[in-house]
Design a protein around this ligand. Structure first.
Ligand code: NAD
Length: 498
């Protein structure tokens, strides 16, 4: 049993609150460690360290800040195997998938190496007689990030990389389910040359989150997790005068037009629906084939593929997917599958009784495929976050388009077609933040920004890309006039730039 505490003022410290929570190995179902749950005084210590270190870091020129990330990227690559193993052991996803998790975060670190260029500001010479006007972007001070269990490498880096590159200090409150990787990332940042106090990791639960949301010295909060908590964090942060960007759950649809290459579409659905056991906010959980024939052919192709999914612990190099994260997650998923059957959907592939020899207590759920799902069913309305794909049949393109348009969530969506006109119309009309055209999981790269619409996102600026530089900085606009004019005496009329 290992112990995970916090990372405050440049080093690991043990928790002192007396509250802890077990960390499970999802493949065996056994507790393998414990994570400390922070008290307000532990959070206060982290914020005090951040506040003390931040002014000097903000005054460090951006090229030097960038160099810390250059070194950090190298250290991530050097430690990739260790990080992936650490991640898989607590999350359950396959090693290759864990490497993808780290690499997607690493790419945001590569992006912020451009901070000297990204943080350049606007200047207008001669905005009026002898007047220059310029806008500068200054760090907000101390920022905080609250992250979910499903990407314990990528999502912390989405947040702390731009925040720190912009000259802020940062408090990370990772998911209590898989806390080892975030602590290791903080250690590697110190090894890369980051001063102590600029990146602190405070482990905890609701108490730590509430502490962050009400702390007077934290200026900005970034959140990624489920929609009810995203809504709560957004509202509470705003009530406490903080800027906030909060990203929530998803129900991502993939429309399959009659002209699509069905083999390609079926392969795409397998990866996007069942990869990482469906525990991705950009997983496809609803397939919408257009027309009876497309639907029949698609289900016929998918069923044997779902049946032959290779499910195993992360130590199985050939596994397509691993277990889900907790016993509670497994129970919730099984409950939703049962509700789908009760409400009249056709369970074409039933993975409810899946058991893996030697791992009988693991949190495994076999791949499930539903057909004839309708919008009133709970399996359609709810984010299942498990290896369950629902087929909703649509008669026409308009009927198919209407489904994601009317869904509560608006994170990602995809269309598979050979027709450019349909794809173009779809991308233009759909009310969803990230759109794939013959791409099943359209996760934007680090230099574009990531964010959904509707109940998948609260706030106006996305993760990474230039949006993140705007989120983690405040604009200050300076209007300056240098004399000669001053000798001409006072002016009493409203100044205008004639
Ligand atoms: P979660 O909402 O349970 O937890 C997220 C964070 O909030 C964790 O750090 C947790 O400790 C904290 N938290 C949990 N309950 C809280 C409470 N009552 N008050 C205050 N804080 C609380 O989410 P999860 O289960 O860790 O992650 C899965 C969810 O995250 C899914 O809904 C998924 O779609 C979503 N997600 C969204 C995105 C996105 O970019 N939109 C990305 C990844 C995951």
């Amino acid at each position: 049993m290992y112990q995970i505490g916090h990372f405050i003022d440049g080093k690991q410290v043990a928790g002192t609150s007396g509250r802890k929570q077990p960390i499970f190995n999802p493949a065996t179902g056994e507790a393998q460690g414990e994570v400390a749950l922070a008290s307000q005084s532990e959070l206060n210590a982290a914020v005090a360290s951040a506040l003390a270190a931040q002014p000097k870091w903000a005054a460090t020129n951006p090229q030097r800040r960038a160099r810390v990330f250059m070194k950090f990227v190298q250290l991530l690559n050097d430690n990739m195997d260790q990080l992936a193993e650490m991640l898989s052991r607590e999350h359950g996803k396959t090693i290759e998938d864990s490497k993808g998790d780290i690499i997607r975060g690493l790419e945001v670190c590569e992006f912020v190496i451009g901070i000297p260029h990204l943080s350049k500001s606007e200047f207008t010479e001669g905005a009026g007689p002898n007047i220059d006007m310029y806008s500068i972007r200054q760090p907000v001070g101390v920022g905080a990030g609250i992250t979910p269990f499903n990407f314990p490498g990528m999502i912390p880096m989405w947040m702390f990389a731009p925040a720190i590159a912009c000259g802020n200090a940062f408090i990370l409150k990772p998911s209590e389910r898989d806390p080892s990787v975030p602590i290791r990332l903080a250690e590697l940042m110190i090894e890369a040359g980051l001063p102590a106090g600029i990146l602190n990791v405070v482990n905890g639960d609701k108490a730590a989150v509430d502490g962050i949301l009400t702390h007077p010295d934290i200026a900005a909060v970034s959140f990624v997790g489920s929609t009810p908590i995203a809504r709560y964090v957004y509202g509470t942060a705003a009530q406490n005068g903080k800027r906030a960007q909060c990203f929530g759950g998803a129900k991502n649809h993939m429309i399959i037009m009659p002209d699509a290459d069905l083999d390609q579409a079926a392969n795409a659905l397998m990866g996007a629906g069942y990869g990482s056991a469906g525990e991705r906010c950009m997983a496809i959980s609803v397939a919408v084939p257009v027309g009876e024939e497309t639907a029949n052919r698609l289900v016929e192709k998918l069923a044997p593929m779902v049946e032959s999914l290779r499910i195993g612990p992360y130590t199985d190099e050939k596994a397509d997917m691993g277990p889900v994260v907790t016993k509670e997650a497994r129970e919730k998923i099984l409950g939703l599958i049962n509700s789908g059957v009760d409400q009249g959907a056709k369970l074409v592939v039933d993975g409810r009784d899946f058991k893996l020899q030697g791992y009988e207590n693991g949190h495994f759920v076999g791949g499930c495929l539903f057909d004839n799902v309708t919008p009133e069913m709970d399996i359609y309305k709810t984010e299942i976050f498990g290896p369950v794909l629902s087929v909703v049949r649509a008669k026409t393109y308009e009927e198919a388009l209407d489904l994601p348009m009317k869904h509560e969530y608006g994170n990602g969506v995809a269309i598979f077609t050979r027709d450019g006109d349909a794809a173009r119309d779809f991308a233009s009309r759909i009310n969803i933040g990230m759109v794939g055209i013959n791409v099943p999981i359209p996760v934007p790269l680090a230099y574009h920004s990531f964010g959904g619409w509707k109940a998948s996102s609260f706030g106006d600026l996305n993760q990474h890309g230039t949006d993140s530089i705007r989120f983690w900085t405040r604009t200050k606009t300076v209007t300056s006039r240098w004399p000669s004019g001053i000798k001409e005496g006072a002016q009493f009329v409203m100044p205008t730039m004639k």
